[in-house]
Structures are given as C-alpha cells and as structure tokens.
Design a protein around this ligand. Structure first.
Ligand code: S3P
Length: 446
C-alpha cells in the first residue's frame, strides 16, 4: 500500500448527475449466496472494489466458479446495470465447499459471514485471515453463537483472526444478539441453513436486512417478526439473478458534499433506499439538508426486493440533531459524516449508543474526533459517540486516513467544504469500497 497524499480544496458548487458504485454489502452477499447455491447465478452490477474482490477470490477458493469475469471490462451502458458489469457464479451447493486457506483482505463482512456457511459442513477445514486491520477485528461475536449451534471454531486469543473453522453438524438455536450487528445476524442465518430445525435471531435494534431479503429470494423459508428473524434449514438455494443497486453508503459522501457546499445540486441515480440503510438520509433531512427521493418506509413484512431511487441533493443551512442508539445501526457507516455535517450545523450535534464504531476498520470514534479536530472542529469523544458544536465551518489542514476508506473519503469531502483545503494522507484507502471516488468528485466539481 502506498501513502498517497491528495489535496482537496473548495472548487465552488458541485453539480452533475452520477451513479454511485454498486452496493458493497449486497455484492458480498450475492457472491456468497450464489456460491452456496445450485447452478449459476447472474449478478448484475457486482461492485468492483478491493473488498468485494476478496469475496470473489474466497468463493473461488472454496470451489465456486466465476463463469464470466467481466469485472475488468468497461461495460458502461450495457444491459440495465447503469454502467455496471455483471458476472456469473456457478455454486457448489450448500454443503459442497472444499477446504481452503482464505485471505479476506480488509473485508470484515466476508470475515464474519463466510464462517456461518462453512461451519456446518463436516469434513472440511478452513482458515480465515486478512490484513493488519482485520487482525484487530473481533470474531468472538460470531464464534459464540456458532459454538452454541455445535460449530468448531478456534480464534487467536479466542477473539481475533486468524479464525479456524472445522465443519461439524449444527443444530438450530434461538439467539439474542448482544449488539445490533448485521454481520453477526447474517452469519447465524447462513449457519441455520445447514442446521437441524429452525433458528431464531433477535437484535436489540433493527440492522440492515440484505441477507434476509436475498435468502427469501433464493427460496428459503424465512420470516421476520419485529426484531426477530426465523429461518428454517434448507436443502438448496436457487438465486438465479440478482441486481445490485448503487450503494447508499458510498452515495452518502456525495450527499454530504452536496449539502455542505453552497450552490450545489446533484442528481444521484439508482441508489439503494432499503429502510435499514437510509438512516443517514433521514438524519440529513432532519438537519435541514435537502435530499429528495423516494425512500422506503419501515415495514413489518420482509420484502424480497431491494428498492432504489434517484436522490436530488442540494445545499441547505444545517441545524444540529441528536442521533440515539436505535438509529445507529441504520446509519452506522455514515456516522463520521454526521460529525462532519455537525461542524457546519447551528447548535450541538450528539451521537449516542455508537460504541460499535470503536471496532470498525479503525476506532472510528477516535479517528473522527482526532481527524476533525485537526481541521479546526469543536468535537469531543464520548464512550459511545461524540458531541460536535457547529462553528460555522472548518478551517482545513491535514488528516490521516489511517488506512480506513471511509476516513479518507470524509477527509476529501471536508476539504471541498473547508476554508483552506484539506490534505488527506492515504487517500488510496478509498479503493476498498469506492475506487473511482476522487474522479467522481472531480467530475462534479468541473
Ligand atoms: C455490514 C454491517 C455493518 C457495517 C459494515 C457492513 C454488512 O457492520 O458497519 O460496513 O454488510 O453486514 P456490523 O454488522 O458489524 O455492524
């Protein structure tokens, strides 16, 4: 990894039309569930980024075949993918994964979801390991419920990667998640497919439900009742075709730039607006930023589809807000941007109940607070979040991404909105989820 320093400064209003890259969460799931499936699955618009390349390599390592690899080709305008290439994966079936050593790179979602599938396949052994940041990310949160199902897992110091999985017969459980985590919930749901009986997972707050939707599409008997999801074991999965919408978490950086820089007007096309992913957009609206679009409403029923909308974004004079625990999982990856918006808002913006930020790619509470303080923000860390006082904007300066893609992109957006510009150290980290990010900003600033 290089240490690329990039400078971002005010270019005036951002204008234009853009489709953000494909959804990372949905891409990971599509590749894994396609690999678990029977026959071929077409994935239209798979995200071509470092994290999701790790997932393609992982499913190939366990025996799935990439039938048509068009990731490297420029397929702009083809099919209905709005510029996104598609690929086909030939699955190995629910119980057909072969033993392998798997490099998950920087991908936490791959690290947490894949063991759920592997754990229920007696006769196989797998090791999951990754980069320096992955080696600090807890896996006991998945090892504990999988262990209750009968799985055999071994982690370094009982909580960190490398993680060894030895396939074993599993049985269904009822498990209440101690923290709202879509990764842990998804891991248990995948394990449940090969377990005896039914499995129920409860979460303290609703978290993203892409796994549930995709399993429903793949023919699995799965239901939601409030904050509980029940899944019955399955003989086979048939996904056939999945289309991946634009990633609302990647779009969030463009939304923040459009809302912060006076005179801006952006049209973001084909953005995923699943209710469990649009917490940030609702927070922005509450802060009086202008984001028009047809966001999905909260619903009791589990839907199989992933709704999309165009988002029309414009600058607005912002007001402070408070984000409570219940809203945190719905905006978890965008909370650094709430801190940035808070710097420009009238009043005190508070985020509570977000201690999970401390175990992301980096400790994002410390990273955001130290990073924005260095740019002139009036911000303090708390145990479970932060408090930002709006001071009419940021001076600018220099920020270290610390290898975290979302820190790098937050720094870039801060630069566009700042008085003196921002130098981002380690901008290349953005390729983990949004490889064309700097080029996209340039297009919108031109
Ligand atoms: C993700 C879930 C979230 C999120 C991560 C992606 C997923 O993590 O922060 O970027 O795809 O399920 P947790 O489930 O650990 O909160």
């Amino acid at each position: 990894m290089t240490n690329e320093t990039s400078h971002f400064t005010s270019f005036g209003a951002l204008r234009g039309v853009l489709r953000p890259p494909a959804d990372k969460s949905i891409s990971h799931r599509a590749a894994m569930i396609a690999a678990m499936g029977e026959g071929e699955t077409e994935i239209v618009g798979y995200l071509d980024a470092a994290d999701t390349r790790s997932t393609l390599a992982a499913v190939q390592a366990v025996g799935a075949r990439l039938v048509r690899d068009e990731l490297a080709t420029d397929a702009v305008g083809e099919g209905d993918g709005l510029g996104a290439p598609s690929l086909r994966i030939a699955g190995v079936g629910l119980r057909g994964a072969r033993s392998a050593a798997i490099d998950v790179g920087n991908a936490g979602t791959l690290l947490r979801l894949l063991p759920g599938w592997l754990a229920g396949q007696p006769g196989g052994t797998w090791t999951l390991d990754g980069d320096e940041s992955i080696r600090k990310r807890p896996v006991d949160r998945v090892a504990t419920p999988l262990g209750l199902m009968g799985a055999r897992l071994r982690a370094r110091e009982e909580r960190l990667p490398p993680l060894e999985v030895e396939g074993a017969p599993l049985h269904g459980i009822t498990y209440e998640l101690p923290v709202a985590s879509a990764q842990v919930k998804s891991c248990v749901l995948l394990a449940a497919l090969a377990a005896d009986g039914a499995t129920t997972v409860g979460e303290p707050e609703r978290s993203r439900d892409h796994t549930e939707r995709m399993l429903l599409r793949a023919g699995v008997n799965i239901h939601r009742n409030g904050r509980h999801v029940t899944v019955v074991n399955a003989d086979e999965l048939i996904l056939d075709r999945v289309r991946v919408p634009g990633d609302p978490s990647s779009a969030a950086f463009l939304v923040a730039a459009g809302v912060l820089v006076p005179g801006s007007r952006l049209l973001l096309r084909d953005v995923g607006v699943n209710w469990t992913r649009t917490g940030f957009l609702r927070i922005v609206r509450r802060m009086r930023g202008i984001v028009l679009g047809d966001l999905e409403d909260e619903s009791g029923e589990l839907a199989a589809d992933e709704p999309v909308s165009d988002l029309d974004v414009a600058h607005g004079a912002l007001e402070a807000t408070v984000v409570e625990a219940e809203e945190v999982p719905l905006a978890i990856d965008e909370l650094p941007l709430v801190a940035l918006l808070g710097c420009y808002a009238e009043g005190e913006t508070i985020v509570r109940g977000a201690q999970e930020l401390r175990v992301k790619e980096i400790d994002r509470i410390a990273g955001v607070v130290e990073g924005l303080s260095g740019l002139g923000a009036d911000i303090e860390a708390t145990d479970d979040g932060f408090v930002v006082r709006g001071t009419g904007g940021l001076r600018g300066g220099s920020i270290d991404a610390r290898g975290d893609h979302r820190m790098a992109m937050m720094g870039a957006v801060a630069g566009l909105a700042s008085r003196e510009g921002v130098e981002v150290l380690g901008m290349e980290a953005s390729a983990v989820s949004y490889p064309g990010f700097v080029e996209d900003l340039e297009k919108l600033c031109a």
